[in-house]
Design a protein around this ligand. Structure first.
Ligand SMILES: Cc1ncc(COP(=O)(O)O)c(C=O)c1O
Length: 369
């Protein structure tokens, strides 16, 4: 299919700036593990997010792991995670013998719902992971309020929502610890990579130790203050991130164009619903996803994915809801399952051309029955 001249991938990283120059510079400098680009990436994000501390890490999953370690979560502690989302927060919970408690999402925004959130809280709950799915933003004020009332930490998982704003403020600046991913499809990429962000000096110090085997270089070599891990990002990966960040304006303009083009062509069509964007939210949509109504797409979402593939268009299903995945202990969450079974995400990357979007939309609309 990739050889078909009409093949349109679901995602593609775009390099519009100094990526090759900076990577070459990092390699030539011989600083390939730590180095100046790592420092710069952390500083640039600290300034952008107006946050006190930023730690670059190997990916968005280790970022969550580090957040759990920073909070001192212990086996048996409960972590509330959405039942519809990419499951990194649940997987790391299981790795640490924590219990992921799956919560319902909002039927319109598809993000963790604040409405019945307190029902999932028990005396063992230590954290709520607010995943800002597809670039939309959870009702974070309400979630923070509930968490504060119960003395529970909020971790914002912003892997899919870099640059999205809530009430004019970047997401990733509300929770106690917040995480980002720079995986290949993400809004800014370093191939694999991520960030952990916090305003707490104490949490940052602890997470910095966990990131690198519990060793504090300022003290003694090979002295382990705690049983840490290696969650470090490399300098040449950071070099790509620094170059990408310099092109933020272009990336955002192009991502917004792609989203608007899809909206223009699909939002008024029967049988197709977009994720609701609330008035408080100014999102940078990472993956443009639509929910297909069974009345119009009687063949079902999975068949639609096959039919689109036959036209040379790569799409993806919605995430499997927790209740549909046997590896998790999850009660049935009807809203999560409905979204999971009916959502399809469409090619979404900044260099996607308007004529390709027109073709994708036409082909999708032709599949209505
Ligand atoms: C919401 C969410 N959290 C965490 C991750 C994990 O990030 P990474 O792939 O960088 O480990 C992803 C996926 O990439 C994600 O979409």
């Amino acid at each position: 299919m990739e050889n078909n001249p009409k093949y349109i991938p679901w995602a593609k990283p775009d390099f519009w700036g100094n990526e090759i120059k900076y990577v070459t510079d990092a390699l030539e400098s011989s600083w390939i593990s730590g180095g100046a680009y790592l420092d710069r990436l952390e500083t640039d994000f600290r300034k952008l997010l107006k946050t006190k501390h930023v730690l670059a890490v190997s990916n968005g999953t280790t970022a969550i792991h580090l957040a759990y370690l920073g909070l001192g979560l212990k086996p048996g502690d409960e972590v509330i995670v959405p039942g519809f989302a990419f499951m990194a927060a649940a997987n790391i919970a299981l790795h640490m013998n924590l219990k992921p408690v799956f919560a319902e999402v909002d039927a319109e925004t598809w993000c963790l719902s604040a409405k019945n959130l307190s029902h999932y809280i028990s005396s063992k709950t230590k954290a709520i992971v607010a995943v800002h799915t597809y670039g939309n933003v959870c009702d974070i004020d309400e979630i923070m309020k509930i968490a504060d009332e119960h003395g529970i930490a909020v971790i914002e998982d912003c892997a899919e929502s870099l640059f999205s704003k809530y009430k004019g403020r970047y997401c990733g600046t509300f929770g106690k610890i917040n995480t980002f991913s720079f995986q290949a499809t993400k809004t800014i990429t370093t191939g694999e990579g991520g960030l952990v962000v916090t305003d707490s000096d104490e949490l940052n110090k602890k997470m910095a130790l966990y990131r690198s085997h519990g060793m504090d270089r300022g003290k003694k070599f090979y002295w382990h203050d705690l049983p840490g891990h290696n969650f470090r990002l490399t300098n040449f990966q950071a070099a790509i991130g620094v170059a990408q960040l310099e092109k933020t304006d272009v990336i955002l303009i192009e991502r917004k164009r792609v989203y608007e083009q899809y909206k223009k062509r699909l939002s008024t069509k029967d049988g197709i619903a977009f994720q609701k964007i609330k008035k408080e939210t100014d999102p940078v949509i990472w993956a443009i996803a639509v929910k297909l109504e069974a009345k119009y797409f009687a063949q079902g979402r999975d068949k639609v994915i096959e039919q689109m593939k036959a036209k040379g268009i790569e799409t993806r299903p919605g995430f499997y809801a927790s209740g549909l995945l046997p590896i998790y202990e999850s009660h049935s969450l009807p809203v999560c399952e409905d979204i999971s079974k009916n959502v399809i995400s469409l090619p979404s990357f900044p260099s996607l051309q308007n004529e390709d979007i027109a073709f994708i939309c036409e082909e999708l609309l032709k599949l209505r029955m």
